[in-house]
Write a protein that binds this ligand. Structure first.
Ligand code: MD6
Ligand code: FE
Length: 211
């Protein structure tokens, strides 16, 4: 008999965590963030190869990547030079509900997948603090999320992420490999065009007692 690999411990999938009204509200929030901090095409370190996912951020720090400087967090948009828009309160409140830790997120990465876009297997490890989880929110079309283990070659499985789902990677799953194989255009009507947003909330700097 073929058995499914067990779900990695510390990976939590909250199906339908956000109702339709919350999702509609978040899209308005994302539209406003993108108006202030436009989506840009990130590039791989060294090769400069463009990613198929477009990105922007809100919060005091944003995750960015380009050919010369590689993966990093910075307080400003790489193209406009402006500070990222502040973390919206409704996004902070989702963090408070799911993170299970008394600290605030500093970065909200906004990923935009057009049909055909994908995100290769990676580990979220550019942060200085791994005691805090990563909390992510999916909006729009369905996407196939691939999850493996701590090592790149570990067996993987896939989970279907739908609009309104929340994923948490914490503790022993905080540093597991994961990515998006593909999105399924036309599977959801939240957005006026086919595509998928993913918001990824992270604590970047060490947790201080004061926050
Ligand atoms: C995505 N998500 O769902 C990409 N990272 O489009 C991530 O890379 C991710 O969902 C860390 C924790 C949760 C995630
Ligand atoms: Fe990730």
């Amino acid at each position: 008999m073929i058995t499914k690999p067990p779900r990695p411990k510390g990976l939590e999938h909250y199906v339908g965590a956000l109702d339709k009204a919350d999702q509609v509200g978040l899209i308005a929030t994302i539209d406003a963030a993108i108006a202030a901090a436009p989506l840009y095409v990130p590039a791989m370190p060294k090769t400069g190869r463009p990613l198929s996912v477009q990105m922007t951020n809100c919060g005091v720090l944003g995750w960015v990547t380009c050919k010369d400087l590689g993966y990093r967090y910075q307080p400003t948009h790489p193209e406009t030079g402006a500070s990222w828009p502040p973390m919206p309160p409704e996004i902070l409140s989702i963090w408070k509900q799911y993170a299970g830790i008394e600290t605030v997120p500093e970065a909200c990465l906004i990923n935009w997948y057009e049909p055909g876009a994908k995100l290769g297997l990676h580990v979220d490890r550019d942060e200085q603090e791994f005691a805090a989880p990563v909390v992510s929110i999916s909006l729009g079309d369905d996407g196939w999320f691939r999850v493996g283990g701590l090592k790149r070659g570990d067996p993987t499985q896939r989970l279907l992420l739908k609009s309104g789902d929340v994923i948490v990677l914490r503790d022993e799953a905080r540093l597991i490999h994961h990515g998006i194989d593909r999105i399924l255009p036309g599977t959801n009507d939240l957005l006026p065009v086919p595509g998928r947003y993913n918001l990824t909330l992270r604590r970047v700097t060490p947790i201080r007692k004061s926050d």
